[in-house]
Design a protein around this ligand. Structure first.
Ligand code: NAD
Ligand code: UDX
Length: 460
């Protein structure tokens, strides 16, 4: 196997952008080109002003600043980048299907197939093709079939290399991964990719498996993580009716080293582009193999998560005397977690939708999410007309403005800055009683009660 000199990544999104930036940063002798069909996205990756990168991640500006123009390039010339590369990562989106067979559950692989056909059509010499996207188990088989049947007679080696970074901590996760997983059949191809990571990741943390274990492990890792969140959220409801405190329960069980303390933070529900999509996909795969009990077991994680979002919205309505019609509710946060501008499947979208159905007047502030994105998220649901969404929901760029005159504040994202606000001043500007509904258990109950707020938090 020849030495890897040029890497191309198809897909300059939340995974392709940061991952390739770190690979380029750590392998200055390898030329890394990230391509995308989306011209605006590529222009933003090339923007002189590093504050304008299309993905907000702490520390990413420094990594891109170091490597871009040296051995890291962002381009829309997909064919050329494929032609020149020794190794091609596919990091395109694999959303839940919205049509046809498997609608609402199966992963939509149309973008993956388009990439495979384009690689096959363009490649004039042997390539290593790396699945970076999260894919259903056995996708490599289909990929190989397409590449070999539509290609120019060159050899393709397929590897699976799922990405485990979490948004908001992408750069630290990439710099210091718990493990890198590489699945494949060809030892030389595997070794070529191992060498790329070995530039900064200790060898013992680079795991190699067969293709199917690697593909499946990604879905399973997300399912296990999401299951922990749904488990603690289920307990949060029990805490609310029994007088137990979910944080105390989480601490008590998390001290057991067999359980561990991470991923036990009760919340308004998990969001993000991965958990729901990947569990639905796992459920779909299990059903296609007639494993109905397995499918039902994992589906419950999603059912619980939907319940948690509805429950939070219902709690707000019920506490505010069973009507929120015309009431001003300030949303603190819209992103699915702190330190990201990503809003995909954010709990805030569904809680807002529920309250807007009740004709609440919602005013949103998020430090990193634009008004356009917030309206896009709501319009996408199709619950009401875009005009009604704009009549009922406003977006402001200052939290104090969002809270001024509000009947209630609802914390939807755990942004650190919310903790440091002058809550005494906020209280003066709010209607009475002044309600705070904390979907992230972020604020200080004692302090807010002292200031005279009626404070409600998940799991207390
Ligand atoms: P994304 O939507 O942010 O980015 C995907 C990009 O691929 C888009 O910019 C799109 O324009 C581009 N694209 C699609 N088809 C293309 C084509 N034929 N040619 C060129 N460009 C094309 O998605 P993402 O969040 O980066 O996720 C990518 C994959 O990684 C998914 O499979 C996802 O499940 C997985 N993943 C995501 C995360 C995460 O935190 N977001 C973490 C781990 C794994
Ligand atoms: C997840 C996986 O963690 C990552 O390994 C994978 O590559 C992509 O999917 P991400 O969705 O970016 O990453 O963020 P994560 O930190 O996992 O949080 C997902 C959701 O769960 C967020 O909405 C978060 O607020 C919520 N969450 C997480 C909780 O509600 N409680 C917790 O204890 C942890």
């Amino acid at each position: 196997m020849k030495e890897i000199k040029k890497i191309t990544c198809i897909g300059a999104g939340y995974v392709g952008g940061p991952t390739m930036s770190v690979i380029a940063q750590k392998n200055p002798d390898v030329e890394v080109t990230v391509v995308d069909l989306n011209h605006a996205r590529i222009a933003a990756w090339n923007d002189e002003d590093l504050d304008k990168l299309p993905v907000y991640e702490p520390g990413l500006d420094a990594v891109v600043g170091e490597a871009r123009g040296r051995n890291l390039f962002f381009s829309t010339e997909v064919d050329r980048a494929i032609d020149e590369a020794d190794m091609i990562f596919i990091s395109v989106n694999t959303p839940t299907k919205t049509y046809g067979k498997g609608k609402g559950q199966a992963a939509d692989l149309k973008f993956i197939e388009l990439c495979a056909r384009q690689i096959a059509a363009v490649a004039k010499d042997d390539k290593i093709v790396v699945e970076k996207s999260t894919l259903p188990v056995r996708t490599a088989e289909a990929l190989k079939n397409i590449l070999e049947n539509t290609g120019n007679g060159v050899n393709f080696h397929i590897l699976s290399n799922p990405e485990f970074l979490a948004e908001g901590t992408a750069v630290t996760d990439l710099h210091n991964p718990d493990r890198v997983l590489i699945g494949g059949e060809d030892a030389e191809a595997i070794e070529a990719l191992v060498n790329v990571y070995a530039a900064w990741v200790p060898r013992e943390r680079i795991l190699t498996t067969n293709l199917w274990s690697s593909e499946l492990s990604k879905l399973v890792a997300n399912a296990f993580l999401a299951q922990r969140v749904s488990s603690i959220n289920a307990i949060s409801e029990l805490c609310e009716v029994t007088g137990a405190n979910v944080d105390e329960v989480a601490r008590a069980i998390g001290q057991d080293s067999r359980i561990g303390g991470k991923f036990l933070k009760a919340s308004v529900g998990f969001g993000g582009s991965c958990f729901q999509k990947d569990i639905l996909n796992l459920v779909y795969i299990a059903r296609t193999y007639n494993l109905y009990e397995v499918a039902d077991y994992w589906e419950q994680v999603i059912i619980m998560n939907d319940h948690q979002k509805t429950r939070f919205a219902e709690k707000i309505i019920q506490t505010m005397y069973n009507t929120v019609n015309g009431k001003h509710i300030a949303f603190l946060g819209w992103a699915f977690k702190k330190d990201t501008n990503d809003t995909r499947e954010s709990a805030a979208i569904y809680v807002a939708d529920h309250l807007l159905d009740e004709e609440a007047q919602v005013v949103v502030y998020d430090p990193k999410v634009s008004a356009e994105q917030i309206y896009r998220d709501l319009d996408y649901l199709g619950t009401r007309s875009p005009e009604d969404n704009r009549r009922l929901l406003k977006v402001v760029d200052n939290a104090y403005e969002a809270l001024d005159g509000a009947h209630a504040a609802a914390v939807l994202t755990e942004w650190d800055e919310f903790k440091g606000y002058d809550w005494a001043k906020i209280k003066e500007g709010m209607k009475r009683p002044s309600f705070v509904f904390d979907g992230r258990k972020l604020l200080d109950r004692k302090e807010l009660n002292r200031l005279g707020f009626a404070y409600y938090a998940i799991g207390e």
